[in-house]
Design a protein around this ligand. Structure first.
Ligand code: AMP
Length: 212
């Protein structure tokens, strides 16, 4: 395992999850996705999951103290990681201060593009793999190519919730981009391209930053 510490920023639908998974594999570091951790808690109907669901279903953020504790617990056991979906507020970014983040990647996508993407997103109920009905449809209608599970629409990918998530992103998470810009470790990537094109550009820029 390597010891690189990377955060992935960007609005919902920018492709953080997909790109974080590719980057983690390439650099041999852990992929920590707060949205996935919370959805797993919701699925298991734990007390945390039940509390988080109310926020997630209407597009609001789970309170800082809750998510910061979860992330700190996960990171304590790791040398290197790609954080996907965290930090989403300045308070969360400040909570990472002791860790010396190497690179922050901001994947950019316009409001129109993300609404289009999230409306077409379907996810496998069983293994969590993501599809886009327009650009990356499954081979068989609404069936996962990988595990044969059923594809569903995430409860927070409903149109009203998508709009709210974007507004929350603008208010709460856009300042986090500026936080890392001021530190001089921000890389910005245009997200409205094929997965592989975004990945290759991101990897090149990340490697330059890691070597500097
Ligand atoms: P995501 O899969 O990253 O889009 O996250 C789905 C939902 O989980 C968000 O809309 C929030 O309700 C919640 N969530 C995920 N990460 C965080 C975070 N860092 N802070 C607060 N809420 C979060």
């Amino acid at each position: 395992m390597n010891a690189h510490k990377i955060v992935l920023l960007g609005p919902p639908g920018a492709g953080k999850g997909t790109q974080a998974a590719l980057l983690a594999k390439e650099l041999n570091i852990a992929h920590i996705a707060t949205g996935d951790i919370l959805r797993e808690e919701v699925k298991r109907a734990t007390p945390l999951g039940r509390a988080a669901k109310a926020y997630m279903d209407c597009g609001e953020l789970v309170p800082d103290n809750v998510i910061i504790n979860i992330v700190k617990g996960k990171l304590a056991q790791l040398d290197g990681f790609v954080l996907d979906g965290f930090p989403r507020t300045l308070k969360q970014a400040q909570a990472l201060e002791g860790l010396k983040i190497d690179v922050a990647v901001n994947i950019k996508l316009s409001r129109e593009e993300l609404i289009e993407r999230l409306s077409a997103r379907r996810v496998c109920q069983h293994c969590g793999r993501n599809y886009n009905l327009r650009s990356e449809p499954p081979g068989r209608d609404l069936i996962c190519d990988g595990c044969g599970g059923h594809l569903i629409t995430r409860s927070d990918d409903q149109p009203e919730v998508i709009a709210r998530r974007y507004d929350v992103y603008q208010q709460e998470s856009a300042p986090v981009v500026e936080f890392y810009r001021k530190k001089g470790i921000l890389i910005e990537i245009e997200g409205n391209r094929a997965i592989e094109a975004v990945f290759q550009e991101m990897l090149r820029s990340v490697q330059i930053q890691l070597a500097s």
